[in-house]
Each structure stands twice: as structure tokens, then as C-alpha cells.
Write a protein that binds this ligand. Structure first.
Ligand SMILES: Nc1nc2c(ncn2[C@@H]2O[C@H](COP(=O)(O)OP(=O)(O)OP(=O)(O)O)[C@@H](O)[C@H]2O)c(=O)[nH]1
Length: 388
């Protein structure tokens, strides 16, 4: 079998890393601040490029200069990927561990180059920090990754990398240099060289896929939520309602009902006028939190704009819905003591028994009840009743 020329492979790997590094740095600008770690990955690949160039200098400069630098850079580049991944998952970077891994690599390289020159021992030694680094990446992805195709792809690449490096280290220990020296022909050597050349760029693609998956989730969440209070907006509510009604339709034989509360703060304009718009905003945020705290996990809270909140109560009849509305009013009375301007709310309640009824019809029934609550003096609860 014709062997891949190691120099060309290293050069190819360096070029791929350089391109992927530029892609990552470029992509960084398009991501919101919540998606962290791309800069570290971009830097990691840039470091891999330098490491590859150092390896390529073998023969031109003495090994004792080239190899320790190239290997430490290789470990540092791999470690930066772990740091990037930790940042991505919202964890603090562990710089001392990376420093330790680089120091470990340097000591081993120097020892087995200068004191006791031994190629196989160098391979085995280097496989320790690289296996640990790759293993750390795998643990992070398994622990924090979402169960999605992107994560599966990324995790699989890391797993292959971890296994390959571990096997190479063990083979170096058990069989000596023969099977691990990439300058000698052989299936294992050729396979290792090819995979190692592709791996950094492939891992970066995997990381980008995971980052884009996170971006998709963030944009989906943003498009469905109210930026001031963080609760759902009309669009997000529509989706949640559709899911609930579909569930209701599936369980029709159990005669399910759902209830809707239309909660509107009273004289909110006065709060804005007296205390300012910013204070009004704080009241809205606090009301959203407070109403949310009065609800069950399965209930859905949304802000439709202004000072109007909508609450969807699955599996709830009129009586229980009024109970929730009373709890909301009680919490409003008790809350804000001293800190924020106090406010009251009028609440309209409508109950849906027919899953075929459109959302707009249910909303307008709740609004009718709310209108009556306002008409009848505010700070009260009214339930929609069919006209006699
Ligand atoms: N601070 C703040 N105020 C808002 C926001 N959206 C709407 N508003 C204000 O909410 C007030 C709503 O006024 P109205 O519709 O007259 O209602 P109200 O004063 O609560 O009176 P009633 O509902 O009849 O009791 C207006 O002053 C709007 O400017 C917002 O996001 N932040």
C-alpha cells in the first residue's frame, strides 16, 4: 500500500485548520452574545496551524527545538477547544488544567528527546494529555449537549478521536515505534495520519453545527417571547394554545375543558404618568413574575402588549379558573409593598369546552368578560356567560 506522505498531510491539515479558523472567527460576528466559545475554537485552530508548521520544520531545525514547541502547541490548541466548549455550555474555563497539560507535554517531550531519546515513549506520553483533553470534551458534550443530530455528530467525532489517541498510546507502549511511527508504511499509521489530518477541521464543523443549533433555539425563543417580561408573546402563545387544543381534541372522550384569563392592569396609564415609563416597565416585569408564580407548570402565561396578560389554564373549569384569578389578585395586593407602585387588575374569564372553537373567539369572549369587569368598577373578576 502506498503511504501518505506525512509532510503533505500535515500541510493539508494546516490549510484546513487555517480556513476553519477564519470561518469560525467570521461566524462569531453573526452569533448573539449567548453563544460563547467560537472565539476559542477559532484561536484553537489557529494554534493548530502553528503547531503543524512547527512539525513541518522537522529536518530544517533540530528536533529538540521543533518537537517540544510543536507538541505543546498541539496540546494547547486542543485544550483551547475544551475551554471553548466550557464557555459554550456556560462553564468557567479551567486554565490551570490546560497549563498543567502543556507542562506535562513539555517535560515528557524534553525527557524522551534529550535524556532518553525514545520515539514510542514520546507517543505514549503525548497520548495522555490528548486523551484526557478529548475525554473532557466528550464528557462535556454528553453532560450538557442537547439530544440533537448536531450533538450526535459532534460527540461521535470526539469519541472517535478519544479512542484513536488512546489506542495509539497503548500500541506505542505495547508494540514500540513500529506501529505508531507515521513515517513508516502501515495501515494503522496511514489511518491515524489521515484521521488526524481531518479531525481538527471536522471537529470545528461539528462545533459549528452545535452552535447553529443553539442559535436556532435562541431565535425561536426570541420570536416567541416578549422582550420586556420574558413571558410568551402572542405568537408563542398561539403555538402553546395550538398544542393544548390538539391534546384536548385527542382526549375528547374525557370531556376536557380549558380556561383563559385576560388580565389587564387598572389605570396603568396613571402609573406611567406619575412614576415614569421606566418604573411602569418594572411594574410590568414584576407583575409577569408574580402572575407566573401563581400558576402551575402546565399553565401558559403571555403578554399580548401594553398592560394585558393572557393566561391559559389547561384542564381547568370556570370555578377553578376563578380561583386562580383570585390568587392573582391577592398576590398583586400583597406584592410591591413599598418597592414598586401598587396596582390592581381586572380579570375576564372564559372557558372552552369545544376544541374546534378558534382562539380568536375564545379571546374575544375573555375580552368581553374583561370589559365588563372594567365597566363594573375594575379590580374584579367577571366570567363570560352566553347571552340569555
Ligand atoms: N411602561 C410601559 N407602559 C406601557 C407599555 N405598553 C403600554 N403601556 C402603557 O399602558 C397604558 C395603557 O393605558 P390605557 O389603555 O388607558 O389603560 P389603563 O390606564 O390601564 O386604564 P384601564 O385599562 O381602563 O384601567 C398606556 O399609558 C401605555 O402607554 C409598556 O411596555 N411599558
Amino acid at each position: 500500500m502506498k503511504l501518505l506522505d506525512p509532510f503533505s498531510v500535515v500541510l493539508m491539515a494546516a490549510l484546513m485548520c487555517a480556513v476553519m479558523s477564519a470561518v469560525l472567527f467570521g461566524a462569531r460576528r453573526g452569533f448573539p452574545a449567548e453563544v460563547r466559545g467560537l472565539t476559542y475554537w477559532g484561536a484553537a485552530l489557529a494554534v493548530q496551524v502553528f503547531s503543524a508548521f512547527c512539525f513541518a520544520l522537522r529536518g530544517t531545525l533540530p528536533d529538540v527545538l521543533v518537537l517540544p514547541v510543536a507538541n505543546v502547541l498541539f496540546v494547547f490548541g486542543n485544550g483551547l477547544c475544551v475551554i471553548g466548549l466550557r464557555r459554550f455550555y456556560g462553564l468557567a474555563p479551567r486554565w490551570p488544567m490546560l497549563g498543567g497539560a502543556c507542562g506535562f507535554a513539555l517535560v515528557g517531550m524534553l525527557y524522551y528527546l534529550v535524556v532518553e531519546p525514545d520515539y514510542a515513549a514520546r507517543v505514549a506520553w503525548m497520548s495522555v494529555p490528548i486523551t484526557l483533553i478529548s475525554g473532557a470534551q466528550l464528557v462535556l458534550v454528553l453532560r450538557h449537549g442537547r439530544r440533537k443530530l448536531a450533538t450526535l455528530f459532534f460527540g461521535s467525532l470526539i469519541a472517535v478521536n478519544t479512542v484513536l489517541v488512546t489506542v495509539r498510546g497503548v500500541v506505542a507502549l505495547t508494540h514500540g515505534a513500529a506501529l505508531v511511527d507515521v513515517t513508516r508504511p502501515g495501515l494503522f499509521q496511514g489511518f491515524y495520519l489521515a484521521v488526524t489530518a481531518l479531525q481538527p477541521a471536522l471537529l470545528a464543523v461539528g462545533f459549528l453545527m452545535v452552535a447553529y443549533e443553539r442559535l436556532r433555539l435562541i431565535l425561536e425563543r426570541r420570536s416567541a417571547s416578549d422582550p420586556l417580561t420574558g413571558v410568551l408573546n402572542r405568537r408563542g402563545f398561539g403555538d402553546a394554545y395550538a398544542r393544548e387544543v390538539a391534546r384536548m381534541a385527542r382526549m375528547r372522550q374525557h370531556a376536557r375543558t380549558l380556561a383563559l384569563l385576560s388580565v389587564d392592569l387598572d389605570h396603568f396609564k396613571m402609573i406611567n404618568d406619575r412614576f415614569g415609563h421606566a418604573e411602569g416597565d418594572r411594574v410590568l416585569v414584576s407583575v409577569a413574575q408574580m402572575v407566573g408564580s401563581a400558576l402551575r407548570e402546565s399553565d401558559v402565561l403571555a403578554r399580548f402588549g401594553g398592560e394585558e396578560f393572557i393566561v391559559l389554564l389547561p384542564d381547568t373549569d370556570g370555578k377553578r379558573a376563578i380561583g386562580v384569578a383570585q390568587r392573582v389578585q391577592r398576590l398583586l395586593r400583597e406584592a410591591h409593598a413599598g418597592e414598586l407602585p401598587s396596582c390592581t387588575a381586572s380579570i375576564g374569564v372564559a372557558v372552552q369546552t369545544d376544541p374546534e372553537e378558534p382562539l380568536d373567539a375564545l379571546l374575544s369572549r375573555a375580552d368581553e368578560a374583561l370589559y365588563r369587569a372594567k365597566e363594573n368598577g375594575r379590580n374584579r373578576i367577571e366570567t363570560w356567560q352566553a347571552a340569555a
